[in-house]
Design a binder for this molecule. Structure first.
Ligand SMILES: [Mg+2]
Length: 233
């Protein structure tokens, strides 16, 4: 495990956070895609849940890293029923990760620009905003589907910076996906941090390529108010 030195907060004007697995517990999503959806698919197709899971995982793997992979409309068309309509059945599992909301409140109060950047479909984002209080702490909530480019693509970051100006050299980005962190690094974002345990019900991950945290408290955000140098370097 790469240790996570405390960021130099005086050099950070903007913090961009991923949603699922970073701010929110990935347990909801894993439970939905790997249990709830296969069960619904199996019931409709008259097959076992194991067969349904095997079939769906085969479909998922073909789209990994693309916008389709994150698109409920795409998967609804693939399986032949409305996936979004199933999600509220599990909404009690939509929960913050450990101390995420405390960190977001303090981050917002610090005066820094706080952006949510998710690959989740707009419908998934809206469900999570309705079920939690997280929306209040962000200056903007961006779904990559709004831009037509996943976070894995440079075009996403170019568009994000156009619409919500930030200086990559003075930005901290947190995401549980290493492919997404690679993309942010290519774009020039200075500080990149991963998440050790995105899903509270699975063991901590090892062998991560980026510094990683479990609790946001590890980042030692000071309580002092910060005056951003510039949002448009
Ligand atoms: Mg994530």
């Amino acid at each position: 495990m790469i240790t996570t030195p405390t960021p130099d907060w005086s050099a950070i004007d903007t913090v961009i956070l991923d949603m699922d697995g970073t701010v929110l517990d990935l347990h909801f999503d894993n439970r939905f895609w790997l249990h709830h959806l296969p069960a619904a698919y199996a019931a409709r197709r008259g097959m076992s849940q194991a067969e349904a899971l095997q079939h769906l995982v085969g479909l998922f793997n073909g789209q990994q890293g693309t916008l389709n992979w994150y698109c409920v409309d795409y998967w609804s068309a693939q399986v032949g029923f409305d996936i979004a309509a199933l999600k509220p059945e599990l909404k009690h599992l939509i929960q913050p990760r450990v101390d995420a909301f405390d960190f977001l409140a303090r981050l917002h109060a610090s005066g820094r620009q706080v952006l949510l950047a998710t690959n989740a479909h707009r419908a998934s984002l809206e469900l999570k905003l309705a079920e939690t209080t997280m929306g209040q702490w962000f200056h903007a909530l961006v779904s990559s589907h709004d831009y037509g480019h996943a976070k894995e693509e440079q075009a996403f970051w170019q568009r994000l910076r156009q619409e919500h100006p930030f200086d990559p050299a003075r930005t901290l980005f947190l995401d549980d996906s290493e492919a997404v962190l690679d993309s942010a690094r290519r774009f020039g974002i200075a500080r990149l941090i991963s998440i050790v345990t995105p899903d509270s019900q699975t063991p901590p991950r090892t062998g991560l390529r980026y510094p990683a945290i479990d609790r946001f408290a590890e980042l030692a955000l000071p309580d002092s108010v910060h005056a951003p140098r510039s949002q448009t370097a």
